[in-house]
Write a protein that binds this ligand. Structure first.
Ligand code: 13P
Ligand code: SF4
Length: 350
C-alpha cells in the first residue's frame, strides 16, 4: 500500500483534489453534520475527496458500510450505512449493489463477504486488523473445546473467518448477554475477549463462563482509578463504557453498551456532560446531533480503524484493489455461526 503522500500524488493525476472553499460551500449540508468537530479549512481539504468518492461510488454501483469508529469525514461524508458490528453485518446481507466498501476493520469486511459472497467487498487497507482477531486461531478454539468438552463456543465477531468457522455461534457486544443466556449448556466458552466474557458473566450468573485471554488494545487501557478521578474532578459527568473495557472500569460507569448502544443511551438521556469510555471518533460523530451534550474526558484511538482514510477509500474504488476473499468452504461454516447469531438475535428481540 502506498503511503498517504504517495497516494495523494497518484490520485491527483486522476481527480481534482486541491482544497476548495467553493466545493466546501457547495457541500455545506454535509459539513453541517460535523461542523462542531471540524474546522472550515479542514473541510475545504476533505470536500474534494468526499465529492470524488460520492461520484465514483455511484459509477461503481458501490455502497459504503462504515463503523461508528470511523472519522467524521468518512462517517458523515461518504457512508451509506453506519452502525455497530451487528448492524453492519445485518446490513451486509441486504446489499444489492455490486460492491461493498467496508470502512472498518478486516474482520468486518470478511463478515460482509461471508454473508453476501456474490458481492465484491473492498477493504481500503488490508492492514486494518484488530488485536482481538489476532489473539486467536482455529487451534485456540480446538484447545478450549478439549478443555471444556461439550461446552458451546460463543465467538465474538471480532475474529477471522477460520475462527468463526470453528465456533458454534457468534455474538457482538450488543447481543452477547442474550446469546450466552440462550445456550442450553451450563458452561459456555466465550472467545476471544476476556473482558467482554467477564462483563457478560456478571450479567448471566446462572452460567459458568470460561474465556480466552484476548483483549482490545484500545479499551484495556482505561482504568477504574482514571474514571473515579475524572468523576471527582468533573461532578455530574455521565460515564459510558464499552464492554470491551475491564470489569472494574465497566463497574465505575453509569452505562455499558455496544457502540450503537452508547449512541442510543446518550441520545435518549441527553446528559449535560458525557464521557465515552471508548474510541475517540464516537463522540466526534454524534456531537453535532447532540448539541446540548458536552463530550468530555480522554479517549483512545484504535490504530487499526484509523488506517481507513478518504485517500484509501478513493484509491480502492479507483483501482478496485483490496477485495476480501474467503475460502468458500471456510465461509460456509463461518456463515452458519454468524447467521445463527443474527437469527437468534432477531427472534429474541421480536
Ligand atoms: P461494536 O460492535 O460495539 O460496534 O464494537 C466493535 C468494536 O470493534 C469495538 O471495539
Ligand atoms: Fe479491535 Fe479494539 Fe480496534 Fe475494536 S477498538 S477494532 S476491538 S482493536
Amino acid at each position: 500500500m502506498l503511503d498517504q503522500i504517495a497516494l495523494r500524488a497518484e490520485l491527483a493525476d486522476h481527480y481534482d483534489l486541491a482544497p476548495s472553499a467553493d466545493l466546501a460551500a457547495e457541500m455545506s449540508g454535509i459539513y453541517a453534520r460535523m461542523d462542531r468537530v471540524m474546522s472550515p479549512p479542514d473541510w475545504a481539504i476533505f470536500a474534494p475527496y468526499v465529492a470524488a468518492i460520492r461520484k465514483l461510488k455511484a459509477e461503481r454501483n458501490a455502497v459504503i458500510l462504515a463503523h461508528n469508529y470511523m472519522t467524521p469525514e468518512i462517517y458523515h461524508g461518504i457512508a451509506d450505512v453506519v452502525g455497530d458490528s451487528l448492524q453492519l453485518a445485518i446490513e451486509a446481507t441486504k446489499v444489492e449493489a455490486d460492491v461493498i466498501v467496508q470502512c472498518g476493520v478486516h474482520f468486518m469486511a470478511e463478515t460482509s463477504k461471508i454473508l453476501n459472497p456474490a458481492k465484491t467487498v473492498l477493504i481500503p487497507d488490508m492492514a486494518a486488523g484488530c488485536s482481538l482477531a489476532e489473539s486467536i486461531t482455529a487451534a485456540g478454539i480446538a484447545e478450549m473445546r478439549a478443555k471444556y468438552p461439550g461446552a458451546p463456543v460463543v465467538t465474538y465477531v471480532n475474529t477471522t473467518a477460520e475462527v468463526k468457522a470453528a465456533s458454534d455461534i457468534c455474538c457482538t457486544s450488543s447481543n452477547a448477554v442474550q446469546i450466552v443466556r440462550a445456550m442450553e449448556s451450563d458452561t459456555v466458552i466465550m472467545t476471544p475477549d476476556k473482558y467482554l466474557a467477564q462483563n457478560i458473566a456478571s450479567q448471566v450468573p446462572e452460567k459458568q463462563i470460561v474465556w480466552w485471554e484476548g483483549s482490545c488494545i484500545v479499551h484495556e487501557q482505561y482504568t477504574a482509578t482514571d474514571l473515579r478521578e475524572f468523576r471527582d474532578w468533573n461532578p455530574g459527568t455521565r460515564i459510558i463504557a464499552h464492554p470491551e473495557c475491564p470489569p472494574d472500569v465497566v463497574a465505575e460507569a453509569d452505562f455499558s453498551g455496544s457502540t450503537s448502544g452508547i449512541i442510543d443511551y446518550v441520545t435518549a438521556e441527553r446528559p449535560e456532560k458525557a464521557m465515552l469510555v471508548t474510541e475517540c471518533s464516537m463522540a466526534s460523530n454524534i456531537s453535532d446531533a447532540l448539541p446540548d451534550v458536552d463530550f468530555v474526558g480522554p479517549c483512545n484511538m484504535c490504530p487499526y480503524m484509523k488506517k481507513i482514510t478518504l485517500e484509501k477509500v478513493l484509491w480502492s474504488l479507483h483501482t478496485m484493489e483490496g477485495a476480501v476473499e474467503v475460502d468458500p468452504a471456510v465461509a460456509d461454516k463461518a456463515r452458519v455461526a454468524v447467521q445463527r447469531m443474527i437469527d437468534l438475535s432477531a427472534r429474541l428481540n421480536g
